[in-house]
Ligand binder design. Sequence first.
Ligand code: A3P
Length: 350
Amino acid sequence: MAASSDVHGEGGIPDMAKLAQSLPLETRCLPFSLRQYGGFWLPEWILPGLEAVHTHFEPRASDVFLASFPKSGTTWLKALAFATVNRAEHPPSGEDHPLRRRGVHDCVNFFESTFAVSREGGDVFAQLPSPRVLATHLPYSLLPERIVEDSSDSDCRIVYICRDPKDALVSGWLFTKKMLAAAAATNGGIVEMLPPAPYTMEEALDLFCHGRCVTGPHWHHVLEYWEESRRRPEKVLFLRYEEMLREPACNVKKLAEFMGCPFTDEEESAGVVDAIVDLCSFNQLTNLQVNKTGAMEGRLVARNELFFGKGVAGNWSNHMSPEMAARLDRIVEGALRGSGFTFASFDNSA
Ligand code: A3P
């Protein structure tokens, strides 16, 4: 799999202000214009953030990066990792827990979008205490070398959450429609979006099947992290949304262990794992006032409630016909053939 140095060439990441206009452009994929870079379709507005994280971001050895393809359970993973890492300072059953007062995405920021919308992005991260938990939708091959490198100085860890592509597609399509409606009602946010237009499931599927979606192709995004998790399991933990739904406590323990803060026997007997699972559960989070009425800081259109849909596996069947699903399954299976990787829904033995 291409390492970031391969993608960016000898000189590292190029000057995006100059390069962006010459990159292939996709404007049919709402809500953002996309540009193709390093084999992936990235929102045009993220490109300066990509350059900035390569140039200015200073990783720390103890950093944990939560990585995902959009609409794969990022919000849930962020809540679980944040609650787990900070459980000593903020006991999960505490009434005043930060997750009960602030939006999940304000507790754990996406580093490329923070850098893209604010030049002070680096300062925000520099002020966070260690261990920092940060998030990214960037593909593995576009992460800064200082994060992925094998060196005694770099002990950063990456947790990836993967979800069935049909559910990720449908979740993204529903999210986009709600986001466009919210933007129309509030005169937009600070990130420029394409003008609202009818956006059918058929159109979204067709673009998705051609890999044209935010950080697509989906299966390449997943495969890069999966391959790295096989090569360096101590560096990359690969989780599946569907398995987390089935066995949340078991996955939280795995997550804690990987992040270097395993639960003690005393904590387990005291019910700390269950308290974290409960605090971060779909029902708990969706019932919090901050997630009913709050908005992601600095971005009016991304109201917190938009990040919560149904929170189940298989919602695709309510929006895609069996033929549409079979078309996507065929493409994904073909693309993954020979890799050794399958999505849970294709794996009958799972
Ligand atoms: P659906 O739209 O299928 O319901 P992301 O956080 O990457 O944007 O992914 C959003 C998806 O994760 C949505 O899926 C959302 O409902 C689901 N989700 C959010 N919080 C969750 C939680 N605590 N438990 C389970 N699923 C959750």
